[in-house]
Write a protein that binds this ligand. Sequence first.
Ligand code: CA
Length: 492
Amino acid sequence: MNNLTLLQYFEWYLPPNSLLWTRAANEAKYLKQLGIDAVWLPPAFKGESLDNVGYGVYDLYDLGEFDQKGSIPTKYGTRREYQHAIKTLQKQGIKVFADIVLNSRIGGDETEIVQAIKQDWNNRLQQVGDKVEIEAWTKYKFPGRKGKYSDFTWNSAYFNGIDWDERTQQSGLYLFDGKAWDSKVSKENANYDYLMGADVDLHNPKVREEMLRWGEWYLATTGVDGFRLDATKHISSDFYSWWLTSLRQKSGKDLPTVGEYWSNDMSELGKYLQKTGNQMWLFDVPLHLNFFKASRSGDQFPMNKILDNSLLQSFPDRAVTFVDNHDTQPSQGLDSWVDGWFKTIAYSIILLRGEGTPCVFWGDLYGIPHDEIGAVPSLKLLLKIRELYAKGPLHDYFDHEHLVGFTREGGEGNTKSGLATVISNSKGGTKRMYIGKDFAGSIFVDIIHGNRPTVMIDTDGFGDFSVPNGSVSVYVSETAAKELFFSGLSSI
Ligand code: CA
């Protein structure tokens, strides 16, 4: 997974026109040209409704094949279109990561009467009142699929709890009688097993057996290369260790996997990595939150601390770095959108340092029409620079509150590679940085801003690299810059 460049191929407000898989296939070649070598596709399962983004899962075996929940295709297309997109991407040498959502189900076919005990939302190990009888949407029979691929149907025995009583039309956190919340989950709200819908009991042996059988079916049906695991803090830490190990053994594939564990606490993330036996990478949530804070603090954020307490700093080999995603975009659950002026700065940090695995967000590459947000300036250029010139040893200069930078010495088979990045979140300035003695006498130019003074590397291998106010400058050698422009690569 290291050295991959991932693209999150969706944002929250894509139209529910079932055309995403087709677009992915059509764009495969273009994505490769951009320097993308792995895409994370959104959940491909039939959701509770056509416009569901994919996290409200109804039927894991319906990838847009059966007339269920009002349509045959999902929000993104049909099963055949999905399979075609995966094959087409793979033909271009692009790996495909599937989004796996096993924590809960939504849109049950029928209700049943269940004994339950209400729990306090803020202290979920605290019972509120006596046992009550509720009417819960826990029967999943998949009438449109009629047992194809699996005859497993669901009932309350396979769930831990739910948040709605149909009979009294009351919401509440209902733990089913005889069940306990999974213990190996996040300790937020005392126990964060429950997230939404009907919470799946992933400790139930029959459920486990079915989830493994489904995993094998899904791999065989789609041929995906790896996984993005949704909501892992709400799922017992031993579940995915077991599931991934079993699937890797059965399939003989590596199945690179990145988990979404939403926490700003490095020690909690470190513990989760340990508990899951380092079988997955994790999204670098703390780094994203550093970017978010820095972008909202103007020149008040100490840029020398921008990498502090991040996965990138503590476990670079396990970090999937990102600037934003479908949950952090405006009006979504986490709403920690990185302000526009800081985006190019943040992308230069995740794309050019050669540490961690960067994941570019659809909304930053293409924009988000719903919120009239445009694409991030220079993002495509940074992707190209990452692919061609971000090579060789890294030298950090995170030594000033408002003016920081880093260089790459180049090499790794490309004589034109090597770069210098200098960042300011306040007044611009000049930073003296070492880029390598081999470059003595070479001229470097800022490829982000066309109008900066060029830099000549001195005999000791240092250059004086400047940056304008509140911005980032990326310098590559004059030969590299010419190559970029004359090849048309800079205008993809
Ligand atoms: Ca759960």
